[in-house]
Design a binder for this molecule. Structure first.
Ligand code: NDP
Length: 446
């Protein structure tokens, strides 16, 4: 990396102290796009990178609510509106105790380039709260969501900013927030995506991120005349993305042998098939249980307490839990176990040293902003259906999702050529960046 790029990153870090995840996300993009910026006088003169690293708007607010015991609780809410260069702000809401501004800025920054890659007109944003839905009653979750939306509603809108789900925000939370928005605004509009099918949601939206990550892996494998069929795969997490990754892999003939949560990993050498997955979905989505319960139901499986899945030998890996869940040691363990294709369902799940290890080994490594873009792409399709007051069939949405993942892969291949090898990290960052940068040049200094 050039000294100028290093100096740029140092300046961003100094300007945003105490936000290591944001620095990490900026570094990864800047490393790849700095040569493009240096070669383009308009990008330099108009300070495109400086402006992209500063959110257009940052909103923080108090979220007070009353729990089931009658006690007042206070959480903090956020929305980062990062870039509207190519469309309304778009990106999920995360409810997790680890949420603070640095996590949301990293996610919003990633979202800008991811949304650009989808080919759809969506800017980038992200939001959420340090509220932990785990262990809360449905009534408490509703009270929190209503209070959260009582402030957020002023800042969002179908043509302004359209939030969706992320960690801790699924169909239940989107429903409570949509209900409150509708009540406050007195309008029924596509202001959130991930809605229920009866009230404006899209078929395939719940499946889209997981399915998309598998479609992206298929595209990467096809460059080597290979496919997921017959392969052994490890998946981390056991939430939305993990569940539909398992479903698609199983249906395409791969064997998935792990799932996890923050307490540990289950390993089922016989494979997690459709029947076992249905049991997991009921456990996680209805009973809101923990993944370790799997081994009571399926005693041949093992529970590795406090462990991640990456020491389990596999050919394909789908990190689908959270950021920085694969470090250098995990990456080495994956490579030693025979893994040659990693498709990131989560956002930034591999830390910089892990990414270096995968890139040095020249394996097929699909970074999150490309591999998990199927979720936001299908949110974009939900917005299109809402705008037309139409609902497309499952086949139509799935086929558009598949087409978008192929097109993202093609963009990565076009911009990621590296001496006979495809560097998907470079390809995704450069392709995502150019579209946004050109729009910013056209729109002047705003
Ligand atoms: P869910 O809340 O449905 O599931 C999250 C899963 O990850 C749970 O199993 C959770 O375990 C685990 N997890 C969360 N935090 C940690 C942690 N600190 N350590 C270990 N495990 C953890 O979220 P999603 O499936 O929606 O999201 C997963 C990832 O995918 C995130 O990185 C998200 O940003 C990304 N993503 C999601 C999209 C979507 O459409 N939903 C779109 C694109 C990316 P536990 O229950 O123990 O917390």
């Amino acid at each position: 990396m050039s000294a100028a790029a290093d100096a740029f990153i140092a300046q961003i870090a100094a300007r945003n102290p105490g936000e290591p995840e944001f620095h990490q996300a900026v570094r990864e993009v800047v490393e790849c796009v700095y040569p493009v910026v240096e070669a383009n006088p308009a990008y330099r003169k108009l300070k495109i990178l400086d402006r992209l690293c500063e959110p257009e708007r940052t909103i923080t607010f108090r979220v007070p609510w009353v729990d089931d015991k009658g006690e007042v609780q206070v959480n903090r809410g956020y929305r980062i509106e990062m870039s509207s260069a190519i469309g309304p702000y778009k990106g999920g809401l995360r409810f997790h105790p680890s949420v603070y501004i640095g996590i949301l800025k990293f996610l919003a920054f990633e979202q800008v380039f991811k949304n650009s890659l989808t080919t759809l007109p969506m800017g980038g944003g992200k939001g959420g709260s340090d509220f932990d839905p785990k262990g809360k009653s449905d009534n408490e979750v509703m009270k929190f969501c209503q209070s959260f939306m009582s402030e957020l509603f002023r800042h969002i809108g179908a043509n302004t900013d359209v939030p969706a789900g992320d960690i801790g925000v699924g169909g239940r939370e989107i429903g409570f927030m949509f209900g409150q928005y509708k009540k406050l605004k007195n309008e029924f509009t596509g202001v959130l995506t991930g809605k229920g099918l009866n009230w404006g949601g899209s078929l395939i939206r719940p499946e889209a991120t997981g399915y998309g990550a598998v479609y992206f892996a298929q595209e990467m494998l096809s460059t080597r005349g290979d496919s997921v069929k017959g392969k052994t795969a490890t998946v981390s997490g056991s939430g939305n993305v993990a569940q539909y990754t398992v479903e698609k892999l199983d249906s395409l003939g791969a064997k998935v042998i792990t799932l996890s949560d923050s307490e540990g990993t289950i390993v089922d050498k016989e494979g997690i098939d459709a029947a076992k997955l249905a049991w997991v979905m009921d456990l996680k989505n209805v009973k809101r249980g923990r993944i370790k319960d799997y081994v009571e139901k399926y005693p041949k499986a093992q529970f590795l307490k406090g462990k991640r899945p990456w020491s389990v030998p596999c050919q394909l890996a789908f990190p689908s839990a959270t950021q920085n869940e694969i470090n250098a040691e995990d990456a080495k363990a994956l490579l030693a176990g025979g893994c040659y294709c990693v498709s990131e369902g989560a956002n930034m799940p591999t830390d910089p040293a892990g990414v270096d290890a995968f890139r040095a080994a020249k394996i097929l490594f699909g970074p999150g902003k490309a591999a998990n873009a199927g979720g936001v792409a299908t949110s974009g399709l939900e917005m299109s259906q809402n705008a037309q007051h139409l609902s497309w069939t499952r086949e139509e949405v799935d086929s558009r999702l598949h087409g978008i993942m192929k097109s993202i892969h093609a963009s990565c291949v076009k911009h990621g050529q590296e001496k006979g090898h495809i560097d998907y990290v470079k390809g995704a960052n450069v392709a995502g960046f150019i579209k946004v940068a050109d729009a910013m040049v056209d729109q002047g200094v705003v």
